[in-house]
Every structure is written in C-alpha cells, then in structure tokens.
Design a binder for this molecule. Structure first.
Ligand SMILES: C[S@@+](CC[C@H](N)C(=O)[O-])C[C@H]1O[C@@H](n2cnc3c(N)ncnc32)[C@H](O)[C@@H]1O
Length: 269
C-alpha cells in the first residue's frame, strides 16, 4: 500500500469506533430500520432485487446493509479499514443480514477482481475519492468488477464545492481546483467530522480530483459516463447557514447563492 493510503488507513481505523458511537451516524436508528440511503441515491439505484451489488469504501457498512435490506441477491462491502470491516460484520449479525452480505478488505485502487464475480451495480458515496492518490486505479477497479449491462453509481461532493472555506456562509475560495500530486495533509489534532469532541491523532492525506480526472479515468478504463446531475444540497452541514430538510439533505438558507454541492452520475460499458 502506498504511504498516503497507509496514513489514511490508520486514520480510518482510529475514527471508526468514534463514528459507531456518534449521533452523526445514529447506529441505533439504523438497527431500528432507518434507511441510510437518501431519495437521490435510491432513485438512481432503482430496484435492487436479485442484483449483485458492490459497495466501494463501505466504512462500517450501514449503507451496504441498507442496500442488503432491499432484496439483492448479494452485496459485497469493500474497504481497507480492518476496524471498520469488523464493525460492519458485527452490524450484519445484529441486523440478521449476514447471509446476504460479505465484507472484503482491499485498497479500492488495487482491487482488480473482487471475489464474488461481476457486479450488476457498483455504488460509492460521500467522502470517497478525496482519500485516493491513484484515481486511475479506482476507475480500473470499477471496470474490472462491473458486469456487462451493469452500472456504476457515484454520489459525492461536487469538485467545485471542494474549493470553498466551510467556515463562511459566502463562498470564499480556499482550496485549489486542479489535481496536485502532493496530498493536502490534515494534521493531527483536527476535530472529527462526526464528533466535534474528538480530536483525530492520525494525519489524513487528501487529494482534489477535478471533473476531467473523474470522467477521464473512467473513460480510459473503457466506461461511458451517463446521467450527470448536480445538486445544490449535501448530506451534511457544509456551510454554517445550512439546515436539514425533511428529505434528509442539507440546504443553504433561502436567498444565499446556490452552489453545486453534490455530483451524481452513472458509468456503464
Ligand atoms: C467517509 S467514509 C465512506 C462514506 C460512507 N458513505 C460513510 O460515511 O459511511 C470513507 C471510507 O473510505 C475508506 N477508504 C479510504 N481510502 C480507501 C482506500 N484506498 N481503499 C479502500 N477504502 C478506503 C475508509 O476506510 C472509510 O471507511
């Protein structure tokens, strides 16, 4: 595993137990039946019954298991954090979904062929490619695991939204748009996004990936991009003025400039 990814793996191993206990992730609500996928993701995925699904960067498995509740033939969650996968397997047992779901430990940029065969649906969302140093490896993993006739679905921060300083309501550019081979390093002591009381001890190594790289790597892997969508809301409070609506997404206060905050698309053969 490359150095940046090893730093990140240690960081994710550290924060996962904090996340499992956090209000942000609301594990009790999930065990009680809450669907952790929002209406945008559900509409894009459609009917999962009978499908083979691969969830890339599954963290401790709540989205994976939410999909497993929708009648697929099989779901595989993939992540490189052994701590997250242990929690995910425990959650699968506690929710009675262990027969449908399998969790696989792998670096998503090096997962040529995930055991379990070709997948009809490959899913990834919210806080994914920013952790990856090698986006072509990510696209190649998708191509290696996507069945003919299947689709990959992506929903995550719009690359433009990553430019702005989240401490200010009015958009202020703080970060570069284009890819830099040098990681943007979050130092030890930063507050965790799911628990403001917790200071993360391990460094994070993050990378910006503009649209040309997201689409370009998939194109190079042989896939075609479809159904590109941009949304003026997110799944968390990205700016101080944001409020959560009944649909579970966070919106800027009315009258404040709408920004492209989420990017969704599919890729197919
Ligand atoms: C923000 S979480 C994924 C989002 C998920 N929707 C959630 O919030 O539960 C990011 C996940 O990516 C995983 N990850 C980061 N880099 C990875 C890599 N190179 N290979 C596999 N998993 C990776 C981390 O371990 C973590 O579980």
């Amino acid at each position: 595993m490359n150095k940046a990814h090893e730093f990140n793996r240690q960081r994710w191993n550290e924060v996962t137990p904090v996340h499992v206990e956090s209000e942000f992730y609301d594990v009790a609500g999930f065990i009680g039946g809450r669907d952790t996928l929002g209406p945008v993701e559900r509409a894009a995925l459609g009917d999962l019954s009978g499908k083979r699904v691969l969830h890339m960067q599954c963290h401790f498995g709540m989205d994976t298991l939410s999909m497993a509740r929708s009648g697929p033939a099989a779901v595989v969650g993939l992540d490189f954090s052994d701590v997250a996968l242990a929690k995910a397997r425990d959650l699968a047992e506690r929710t009675g979904l262990a027969d449908t779901v399998r969790f696989v430990e792998a670096d998503v940029t090096r997962a040529d062929k995930v055991s379990g065969g070709a997948f009809d649906v490959i899913y990834t969302s919210f806080g994914t490619i920013v952790w990856l140093e090698d986006l072509q490896g990510w696209a190649d993993t998708i191509a290696a695991n996507l069945a003919p006739g299947g689709f990959f679905y992506f929903l995550d921060s719009h690359p433009l939204s990553m430019l702005f300083d989240g401490d200010h309501v009015e958009p202020r550019v703080k970060y570069p748009y284009f890819h830099n081979t040098q990681a943007d390093i979050s130092p030890a002591g930063e507050i965790d996004y799911a628990d403001a009381e917790y200071k993360v001890q391990n460094e994070g190594h993050e990378f910006s990936w503009p649209l040309q790289d997201i689409f370009g790597t998939l194109e190079k892997a042989g896939l075609r991009v479809h159904e590109v969508r941009e949304y003026p809301f997110t799944a968390w409070r990205q700016f101080p003025d944001m409020e959560e609506a009944d649909d579970g997404y966070w919106y800027r206060r009315q009258g404040n400039a709408e920004l492209p905050l989420l990017l969704g698309f599919k890729a197919k053969w």
